[in-house]
Design a binder for this molecule. Structure first.
Ligand code: MLT
Length: 343
């Protein structure tokens, strides 16, 4: 929901009553009519995410807010709500569809109920490295998939990063796919992840992020998988003993704005959001990298046992059937080929 500061809101209402009857627009919509008075005070956009203040989502959102304020000359402000205060990933996206929330940053896997093709980027061992992922996500393929959001009442502004996902658990060290068998692993609510963990012989349990810490603490599940920075900043090390650096999935993130909010903004402020989101991607990705370097050094001191060299080739070979399954389900054989062939 577009929120104006109260005084500005009243002023804009007054202006709206005086001049908008002839313009057919809402009070928030800037008009190109030369005679229309500009609204006073900034437009404030609410941005929600489910991680805490130490996360790259939060730091990236702060950097984004700074860029938006600067680029808009103070006309647009972003207020950030972390820790799932406004809901979990699914309810935040639904709120954007309804226009009761303006913006969200979320792991792309949490959004596949809205944009099924996002699952493609979560194919295990799809990207050779992060540079490969950036080339695909920031290029024509990523832009094409972001457009799928348009049909869902959301504007996908840019891809950010969550990070390479690794497996943690409280039962045993993991070196080979065989070690995973029988483990109850919390996974994101994405069918593709359920498929490949089943192929590996695990017992995948889909669950919203906001419930994960408690589930691990109460041992409702044995393990979970997330980027190193998440395991560190969200204190997963308090409830998990082993981490195996499987790097099985590259977790992208998406910064989005409600289409209802976006359509109410004048074109120049729409451009500010798009540019600031894209420009902040580099900043956020670098932040992830630095944080992960720091976390890897600190996790052993925090009680985690790290397996640095699990048999990734064996994991990769084992999960290959999921490629055929999803090429067919998403009618995406060519797109997968294009991604794999992106240099
Ligand atoms: C998850 O496991 O649900 C996500 O990786 C958490 C997040 O970063 O949103």
């Amino acid at each position: 929901m577009l929120r104006k500061k109260p005084f500005a809101f009243m002023a804009a209402m007054l202006v709206g009553l005086l001049v908008l009857s002839g313009c057919g627009g809402s009070g928030n919509k800037a008009s190109s009519n030369a005679g229309e008075k500009q609204q006073e005070g900034p437009i404030v956009l609410k941005l929600g995410h489910v991680l805490n203040e130490a996360s790259p989502f939060h730091k990236g959102a702060e950097e984004f807010a700074r860029a938006v304020k600067e680029k808009s000359g103070g006309r647009l402000e972003v207020k950030i709500f972390p820790n799932g205060q406004l809901g979990n990933d699914r309810t935040l996206a639904e709120a954007m569809q309804m226009g009761t929330l303006d913006m969200e940053v979320a792991g792309s896997a949490t959004l596949v109920g809205f944009v099924p093709r996002l699952q493609l980027f979560d194919l295990p061992f799809l990207f050779r490295d992060q540079q490969h992922a950036y080339k695909v996500l920031d290029g024509p393929i990523g832009k094409e998939v972001l457009k799928d959001f348009d049909q869902k009442g959301i504007v996908g502004l840019a891809f950010w990063e969550n990070g390479l996902r690794h497996l943690t658990n409280s039962v045993r060290p993991i070196k080979t796919p065989n070690d995973v068998k029988g483990l109850k692993i919390r996974v994101q609510e994405i069918p593709l992840h359920v498929s490949f963990w089943k192929i590996l012989g695990a017992d995948p349990t889909p669950m919203a992020w906001t419930e994960v810490y408690t589930a691990l603490q109460q041992k409702t599940v044995d393990g979970e998988e997330n980027p190193i920075q998440t395991i560190y900043t969200q204190k997963i090390y308090e409830v998990q003993k082993y981490i195996s650096l499987t790097g099985h999935v590259y977790g992208a993130a998406v910064i989005m704005v409600s289409k209802k909010t976006y359509d109410k903004l004048p074109a120049d402020l729409q451009k500010v959001l798009v540019e600031a989101a894209q420009e902040t991607a580099d900043w956020e990705r670098n932040y992830v990298k630095d944080l992960e370097d720091k976390a890897l050094k600190e996790l052993p001191g925090l009680g985690m046992e790290i397996e640095h060299n699990p048999d990734r080739e064996a994991f990769k070979a084992a999960v290959q059937p999921v490629y055929d399954e999803y090429a067919e389900k998403l009618n995406a054989k060519d797109l997968i080929e294009q991604i794999l062939n992106t240099k």
